[in-house]
Ligand binder design. Structure first.
Ligand SMILES: [Zn+2]
Ligand SMILES: [Zn+2]
Length: 168
């Protein structure tokens, strides 16, 4: 078992802000010892998704979960005594990577910029989506190679350097 990060609250707040700003989740909540600390979407729904996430995490004894039911997804993660929960619609393949980045930040290997909760703009539909997502969650356009928002290096969605473009 890895050591608990000491900055759970700040990282969870960043994650929730990303989910709210991008429109990728309809409801998001951060709880501490089961109490709702901050949220977006309706408070009633935020309390509901938080309670469900706490139940699922306790039952599975896992740090992270993602459940999908038809067109709706629900994800949650525990970090120390904090829990984050979010619910959205549509593509959800970006959710586990984004949640994991709370515990294991992803940084640009060249300049050290933390890309964990950065947004990039989709070249097809124009909407901003998480740097760590390998494709646009809104339209499905692949976005495996991206530019570091700080130094412009070409990076893969998981933060590794992208191979040089081949000369043909
Ligand atoms: Zn798109
Ligand atoms: Zn960089």
């Amino acid at each position: 078992m890895s050591a608990e990060p000491t900055n759970c609250e700040a990282r969870l707040a960043e994650l929730v802000e990303l989910l709210r700003r991008s429109g990728l989740a309809e409801v998001g909540a951060v709880g501490f010892d089961g109490l709702l600390l901050e949220h977006f979407g309706s408070q009633e729904e935020a309390e509901e998704v938080l309670a469900r996430a706490i139940d699922v995490l306790a039952a599975s004894r896992a740090r992270l979960f993602l459940a999908a039911d038809g067109s709706t997804w629900l994800g949650g993660l525990s970090c120390g005594r904090f829990v984050v929960a979010a619910r959205g619609r549509g593509r959800h393949d970006f959710v586990p990577g984004l949640l994991s980045a709370v515990l294991s930040p992803v940084s640009c290997p060249r300049c050290g910029f933390d890309v964990s909760f950065a947004l990039v703009r989709c070249r097809r539909c124009g909407r901003p989506y998480p740097f760590l997502a390998p494709l646009c969650p809104f339209c499905g356009e692949p976005g495996v190679v991206k530019r570091c928002p700080s130094c412009g290096s070409r990076l893969l969605s998981d933060g590794r350097p992208a191979a040089r473009r081949l000369p043909f």
